[in-house]
Design a binder for this molecule. Structure first.
Ligand code: URA
Length: 257
């Protein structure tokens, strides 16, 4: 008979029961895991925990078995073509679809590298490599991110120049951006910052609105023809390149993304 699985406490942290952490690490079955935990062979953050249903935070807690840290999880790097209408968090108190609904069979916890708004679609990287994620999201590295934007009205050359040269937003001036016109109301913009709703706010500062916003590239990694809602693993070359993307001095004028 399957055991009743306890419900995780509310919150947006990635949690698993201790029993599941042990069995997923490939050490043994779930019933073996329960008896090992009960027998005091498992510690969490240096303290023995005897409750197999204790909640473990997969990102923060360190679990040891017989005094040895559980093997580090293999690094995984996924590219997701996020559709609009999905939020980039693990759980949503309002019950809206999350990006995890698009990857139901993954037992390994992957977290998104940065966020895309609910209504933004396009390239989102998911990983379990915190250093890699930190490198891509640390504002000091100015990692270039490129968006295809459709505005609600044709934009003038003067509008595009304002986007290019930097404009005043409530949280300070924007850094110079690369902007390429596609047609009257559509353009591509490469920014080297990751401020909250930045592209939307830049367009709003022109007295226009964003109709669609799609992230098409991070550095040289492009969304390509990956269908919406689908994922693919990054290649080793792509991961290597991303690990070196951006620099403390880089601006869009300094280096082509
Ligand atoms: N800029 C925005 O306004 N929204 C996003 O999701 C990403 C960049």
């Amino acid at each position: 008979m399957p055991r009743n699985v306890p419900k995780p406490p509310p919150g947006d942290r990635p949690l698993k029961t201790l029993e599941r952490v042990i069995s997923k690490a490939g050490l043994g079955s779930r019933s073996e895991a329960r008896s090992w935990v009960g027998g005091g062979r498992v510690s969490v953050n240096g303290r023995v925990v005897r409750d197999p249903d204790a909640w473990i935070d997969m990102e923060r807690d360190r679990v040891s078995f017989d005094g040895k840290p559980l093997r580090r999880e293999e690094r995984t790097y996924l590219l997701l073509h996020k559709p609009a209408g999905y939020i980039t968090t693990y759980r949503d108190p309002e019950g809206r679809p999350t990006i995890y609904d698009l990857m139901p069979d993954r037992d390994r916890y992957l977290f998104p590298v940065g966020r895309l708004d609910l209504d933004t679609s396009g390239l989102l990287i998911l990983t379990n490599d915190t250093q890699f994620a930190e490198r891509l999201t640390n504002p000091e590295y100015h990692v270039p991110k490129t968006y295809r934007v459709t505005a609600n009205r044709p934009l003038t050359d003067a509008d595009l120049n304002l986007l290019r040269n930097g404009m005043e937003l409530r949280d300070g001036p924007t850094r110079p951006a690369r902007v390429t016109r596609m047609n009257g109301s559509e353009f591509e913009i490469t920014i080297t910052e990751g401020r909250n709703r930045q592209v939307r706010r830049m367009v709003e500062a022109l007295d226009a609105e964003v109709v669609t916003l799609v992230r098409i590239a991070i550095g040289s990694l492009r969304i390509g023809d990956l269908p919406s809602g689908q994922t693919r693993e990054l290649t080793a070359d792509e991961v290597r390149t991303l690990k070196g993307v951006g620099s403390r001095e880089a601006g869009v004028g300094a280096k082509r993304p």
